[in-house]
Design a protein around this ligand. Structure first.
Ligand code: BG6
Length: 511
């Protein structure tokens, strides 16, 4: 981006007004894992480059491996381009990185951590503000939380310094385990210290759903059952299970994508306008949507959902193996890599409007989008010939890639007669603003360091989201093996999912 573009694009004005975070130390548990070098460190470094980190800042990696400070620093360079590493910003960022080797269950490791943090506070002026980040396998969460409490590393309510904890998903694997984990977390941390991360909420386009709905006068009046026929939310991936079989085998698509990311997106699409732009007001409205989702019996769950698994096929011209042939996957695995749901929201705004959700791996394209399909006109004036198809207006909020918004409407085909063509009116983030949108983790880490929990999941929402999907998980668990359909990798998904939506006279948007 040149400085001329900066000056000539009026849409970019005001892009750099965010305030920098409080002085603090970020302690990453599970720091030798992939997430740290792929996402967390690049996000923190990008904040440093944009001067959004305070000068008094530090990072501590805490993990079992016997690394040194230097080893930790070296490992973090992998996902940062060379030209960004050879800069004074990286040098000072790197000097603030430390490593504390310890088992998660070893109390003496937390004592060492306490001493290291006290030293960083003295040397770097980080003012005893601490952000703990749990990036370990979930079975270590309880232990780490207990140890942090026992080592007195969590500031009490009277303290002028803050302690916060970010917890990665999966947050439990059913309603009971999520509840039990919440109890454990809240026995050491107050709820206002807890930040349950859902990286979808950090995506610019997901945040834009609220701006689109509540900053524009023209959409909200038609955002309801009188004008909207149905809503489709899709998250399609071309990737397979990659190297995460041990996690994914116990999770599956519904736990991995629907319980968290997709229900969060649905909440933003369906919520009422919040009373204020603050964390609790917004999260209250989102949770009300979850509460209004019609509960289903296990029997109904079978009728309103489809799960499936990919078999071998071609994605982007490359042959890919079946899920059951992937490394680390049980050759008789019943884990779903695709799922689709029809959900109904029983409230005044949405009564009778189906929300169709689908997500899958090894689909033909990577697409995340929300499509709002409006009701068709009540009386047909045009479109009398076979050439003219009467289509509904569709508003598509494109989350990724090609971030933007498209409205589909009918236009007159130029010429003597009245024929219709369906055209798209497009807004594209990239073209309009001409800036690279920040990574979700940048926004979320920065918000947490500023104490803003708006884009994090609250306890009640997490537990309610589990309640929403439990009947489906139970129905699938009880179904015989033959009821797990297969879909060819690279296809649009299983035919059973087409049947789910076509029963209502609709069809999925093509991926
Ligand atoms: C993660 C899931 O939460 O989200 C992955 O565990 C999935 O299985 C990923 O691939 C998708 O995220 P994104 O940002 O690439 O759409």
């Amino acid at each position: 981006m040149t400085s001329t573009t900066l000056l000539t694009n009026p849409l970019r004005e005001g892009l750099q007004v965010e305030r920098s975070a409080d002085p603090c130390v970020v302690v990453i548990f599970g720091a030798t894992g992939d997430l740290t070098k792929r996402k967390l460190i690049p996000a923190l470094f990008s904040l440093a480059e944009h001067q959004l980190l305070p000068p008094s800042f530090g990072i501590v990696g805490f993990s079992r491996k016997a690394w040194t400070d230097d080893g930790f620093r070296q490992a973090q360079r992998e996902f940062i381009e060379d030209e960004r590493l050879n800069t004074p910003v990286w040098k000072s960022f790197e000097e603030g990185m430390f490593y504390c080797p310890s088992e998660f269950s070893d109390a003496s490791g937390y004592r060492k951590l306490g001493e290291l943090l006290a030293r960083i506070d003295r040397e770097r002026g980080t003012q005893t503000n601490r952000l703990f980040y749990l990036s370990t396998p979930p079975d270590a969460y309880s232990e780490i939380i207990r140890q942090l409490g026992a080592a007195r590393l969590v500031a009490g309510s009277g303290s002028k310094n803050w302690t916060r904890i970010i917890i990665e998903k999966p947050f439990g694997r059913d309603t009971e385990s999520a509840h039990a984990l919440n109890e454990e977390v809240n026995s050491v941390f107050r709820e206002d210290q807890v930040y349950r991360i859902d990286h979808y909420l950090g995506k610019e386009t997901v945040q834009n759903i609220m701006v689109f709905r509540f900053a524009n006068g023209i959409f909200e009046p038609i955002w309801n059952r009188r004008y909207i026929d149905h809503v489709q939310i899709a998250v399609a991936e071309t990737l397979g299970v990659e190297h995460r079989a041990s996690y994914y085998e116990r999770s599956g698509a519904a736990r991995d994508m629907i319980q968290n990311h997709m229900l969060q997106v649905l909440n933003l699409v369906a919520m009422e306008p919040p009373a204020a732009m603050d964390a609790d007001a917004i999260r209250d409205e989102k949770t009300k949507v979850l509460r209004a989702i019609r509960p289903v019996s296990v029997e109904e769950a079978r009728k309103y959902s489809v799960r499936a698994q990919y078999s071998q096929g071609f994605v982007a011209g490359k042959q890919v193996p079946a899920y059951r042939q992937e490394e680390g996957v049980d050759p008789a695995s019943l884990t779903e890599t695709y799922c689709a749901f029809k959900l109904l929201i029983d409230n005044w705004r949405w009564a009778g409007v189906p929300f169709y959700l689908r997500s899958g791996k090894r689909l033909p394209k990577r697409v995340s989008e929300i499509a709002i399909q409006f009701k068709s006109v009540p009386h047909l004036l045009f479109g009398q010939t076979a050439d003219d198809q009467l289509e509904p207006n569709i508003l598509v909020l494109k989350i990724q890639p090609d971030e933007g918004i498209t409205l589909r409407f009918g236009a007159k085909l130029p010429g003597q007669s009245m024929h219709i063509r369906w055209v798209n009116m497009e807004f594209r983030y990239g073209t309009s603003f001409g800036v690279k949108t920040p990574e979700a983790y940048e926004r979320l880490l920065h918000d947490c360091m500023r104490g803003d929990a708006t884009l994090f999941a609250r306890r009640d929402a997490v537990e309610t989201a589990w309640k929403v999907i439990m009947p489906y998980l139970t129905a699938w668990r009880q179904s015989p093996e033959k009821d797990l359909p297969l879909y060819e990798a690279g296809s649009q998904g299983p035919v059973e999912a087409d049947a789910l939506i076509s029963k209502d006279g609709h069809r999925w948007r093509r991926l």
